[in-house]
Ligand binder design. Structure first.
Ligand SMILES: O=C(O)CNC(=O)[C@H](CS)NC(=O)CCC(=O)C(=O)O
Length: 272
């Protein structure tokens, strides 16, 4: 069983981890072995990314403990890091939006840094998003082998860039994970369509975990966490704008059959 964990994170780290602990306990009870958390699960809003980055070691320690207590792998949504993956401090004071994946012993098995940054106006109360003012983009495509197939890591706005997903498929991905904090407006218009398209064109499972509800006065996120199979079918979702667990069994045999009967990867004639 894999799960998308839907959350409503606010600005208190302690409260958010308490919320997460309950959701992970529920997931473990339901037999989940791999749990995907949303973007900015630990802190959403004030006190700011640089401050949260200073707490990164403590948050990773908490997550490692949760992995061992609940015997599950965790895809830790996104966390701000003031360091690049090679350990170098980011010179201009920005941070990276990093997605760590931990195994059931709490050991970090990989890290992906969000490549595409959300600099956009979507016509909501927030008015303008300028992620690149605070975040430095990552540049590496990252996959991680797990006992349930190879996981390909992406974050939120990355969903709009199919070339990343194709690169992940070429690198052997079976399970695409997408921690997100999609805006309510763009989520309603594009979320499910884009997720299903990525599943269909890569012939991978997609596990999409979203933030949901209100965050302060200006931010509202779409939620609708879901798990989609390589045929593009939504296996389960959480349409309610509240925290919860979307737990699904992924049949990799079915995926292999589909890839055999419609071998998209060997039919490709153009690279992009
Ligand atoms: O800033 C934070 O606190 C948390 N980070 C986010 O919410 C990020 C960057 S602003 N959001 C997205 O990437 C939304 C993309 C999106 O909604 C779309 O592609 O339509």
């Amino acid at each position: 069983m894999v799960a998308a964990i839907q959350m409503n994170s606010q600005d208190s780290l302690t409260d958010n981890l308490a919320q997460l602990d309950k959701l992970l306990a529920e997931a473990a009870l339901r037999g989940v072995k791999l749990a995907v958390l949303p973007e900015n699960f630990a802190v959403f809003g004030a006190p700011g990314q640089a401050h949260t980055a200073s707490q990164l070691p403590a948050i990773l320690t908490w997550l490692a403990d949760a992995c061992r207590r609940y015997r599950l792998w965790i895809v830790a949504g996104s966390l701000p890091s003031s360091h690049r993956p090679d350990g170098e401090v980011i010179p201009d004071g920005r941070v990276r939006s990093a997605c760590f994946i931990l195994d059931e012993e709490g050991v970090v098995q990989g890290r992906y840094d969000k490549i595409h940054l959300f600099d956009a106006e979507v016509g909501d109360r927030q008015a303008t998003y300028r992620e690149s003012a605070v975040f430095e983009p990552g540049s590496s495509v990252v996959t991680v082998p797990t006992p349930w197939g190879r996981v390909g890591l992406t974050i939120c706005y990355d969903l709009r860039f199919p070339e990343l997903f194709m690169a992940l498929r070429k690198a052997g991905t079976d399970l695409l994970v997408l921690p997100a904090a999609f805006t309510a407006i763009t989520g309603e218009a594009h979320w499910e369509t884009l997720l299903r398209a990525r599943a269909i064109e890569t012939q991978c499972f997609v596990i999409a975990a979203g933030q949901t509800g209100k965050h302060g006065a200006l931010r509202e996120t779409w939620g609708h966490s879901m798990v989609i199979n390589p045929w593009g079918k939504v296996l389960d979702e959480r349409p309610e704008p509240t925290p919860g667990v979307v737990a699904v069994a992924c049949d990799l045999g079915e995926m292999r059959k589909l890839r055999h009967s419609m071998p998209l990867m060997s039919h490709r004639r153009l690279s992009y």
